[in-house]
Design a protein around this ligand. Structure first.
Ligand code: SAH
Ligand code: SF4
Ligand code: F3S
Length: 440
């Protein structure tokens, strides 16, 4: 027996897990439900809860089922539950089979149909849509909210054709598709009108964006003309789509922030080949050389996987060596997680858990060391911060430096771009003092 459900929701909550693109999708779903007359609810008492899920690693995917369980209330009832995002796409109807506590399953390319699916669920039907229709959801989604945060996301590209052997994204998000130029420029204008000072262009392979012979750097150049837009970022890039024009944009467009997240995954050519990355350690480093020539102060971020099948101590040493050569401002590292349906999951020589644990610890220690060193270099310098949200204590605000470091400032207002003097730095944040306050 399932728990009793209120089938005519008046309030909703969207919880997003996973990458920035999921966060963006979550915002669009919230806007869509808002346009249907539902109001956002905080806390646990929303009538409709959308779990916007991530399938990238096993841990992320398994989390969904415990989250569903936790939605049951003390009185035995539960909200109407929708599972959206990449787990919905990957598992589809299997979710309905596995639990009675989900009413709607909706994939990342079908969430514009959420109102119809909610209506079906209201009639007691178990709703499902994981289609990847040819027509774009973006054409039917309502326009952007009237107010947005100072730093806004804008999805310009979706999907992936790269098929790295460990990765589910090509299956959950489908083939690479670029949104049209004018739709993106219009959405950027709407975001700026709604208060955005910074826009991060998003795509699973954002630098593969292409429309009518124009590329990502052309788009960045166009958006840089919006007077009230102060900062532009983009993520995530693939090394093989790092065009000359984009590298030059880091030199030529001041509003393009000096930050590049360019995952390499491993420093071993043997492993890169098994991963189907189609770049080598050296070709990756050569790209970074050119990027740094264009913009010497650029901060480099990356992603690493340890314990890919067949990874030896020697391969792992090559990854550490790679990280030492690069000198990251930050980087993400993960234990390899075998994903159903991917080629790597059935490769021989899967690496033992203890070996992965040990490698991850060593890699993360090195990355933290680099992160501290990078942050320390800013101490004693003045830098610009976009204040994004209130801090823990009254009068404190938290924002980002051009290099994407978190900075705790002692004044200003959300949405302000202020100059601060950096007085202290830790691994994860820096302390900034607004000079006027010092002088007073
Ligand atoms: N399109 C981006 C991001 C993909 S997902 C890119 O190519 O970089 C983000 C990161 O998750 C990847 O860069 C990779 O480091 C990690 N990842 C993907 N699949 C994984 C898996 N099966 N196990 C562990 N980490 C994984
Ligand atoms: Fe996954 Fe590779 Fe595509 Fe990135 S490039 S989304 S890691 S398949
Ligand atoms: Fe996760 Fe899907 Fe993003 S699997 S990382 S939410 S594209």
């Amino acid at each position: 027996m399932g728990a009793p459900v209120n089938r005519s929701p008046k309030t909703f909550r969207v919880k997003s897990f996973g990458c920035q693109m999921n966060v963006y999708d979550g915002e669009r779903m919230a806007e869509l439900l808002g346009a249907q007359g539902l109001s956002p609810a905080k806390g646990e008492d929303a009538d409709l809860v959308v779990l916007n899920t991530c399938h990238i690693r096993e841990k992320a995917a398994e989390k969904v089922y415990s989250d569903i369980g936790r939605l049951r209330r003390e009185d035995g009832t539960r909200p109407l539950v929708a599972v959206a995002g990449c787990v919905a796409q990957a598992e589809g109807a299997e979710i309905h089979r596995r639990t009675k506590d989900v009413d709607i399953v909706v994939g990342p390319q079908a969430y514009h149909r959420l109102p119809e699916l909610v209506a079906e669920a209201a009639r007691g039907k178990r709703a499902l849509d994981t289609d990847m229709p040819a027509a774009s959801k973006f054409d039917v989604l309502p326009s952007r909210a009237k107010t947005v945060r100072p730093s806004a996301y804008l999805t310009v590209q979706e999907g992936c054709d790269k098929f790295c052997t460990y990765c589910v994204v090509p299956y959950t998000r489908g083939a690479e598709v670029s949104r049209p130029w004018s739709a993106i420029v219009d959405e950027a204008k709407a975001l700026v009108d709604a208060g955005a000072r910074e826009i991060t262009l998003l795509g699973q392979n954002v630098n593969a964006w292409e429309h009518d012979g124009r590329y990502l750097h052309d788009l960045i150049e166009e958006l840089a003309k919006l007077p009230r837009l102060a900062r532009i970022r983009y993520t995530t890039s693939h090394p093989n789509d790092m065009r000359d024009g984009l590298i030059a944009a880091h030199r030529d467009i001041p509003k393009l922030m000096p930050f590049l997240h360019l995952p390499v995954q491993s420093g071993s050519d043997r492993i890169l080949k098994a991963m189907n990355r189609s770049h080598s350690a050296n070709s990756y480093l050569a790209i970074l050389d050119r990027v740094r020539e264009a913009r010497p102060d650029i901060a480099i971020s990356g992603d690493y996987i340890v314990g890919f099948p067949g990874e030896t101590d020697q391969d792992f040493e090559a990854t550490l060596q790679m990280v030492r050569r690069i000198g990251h401002s930050m980087a993400f590292s993960f234990k390899y997680s075998p994903r159903p349906g991917t080629p790597a999951a059935s490769m021989p020589d899967q690496v033992a858990r203890e070996v992965m644990d040990e490698r991850l610890q060593r890699l993360q220690a090195l990355i933290v060391e680099q992160q501290i060193a990078f942050n320390q270099r800013l101490v004693g310098r003045r830098t610009e911060v976009l204040l994004e949200r209130p801090g823990k204590y009254p009068g404190q605000l938290i924002g980002k430096s051009p290099w994407l470091q978190s900075i705790v400032a002692d004044g200003g207002a959300v949405g302000d771009l202020v100059e601060v003097d950096i007085v202290a730095a830790g691994p994860n944040s820096l302390t900034g003092v607004i000079p006027e306050i010092l002088a007073a």
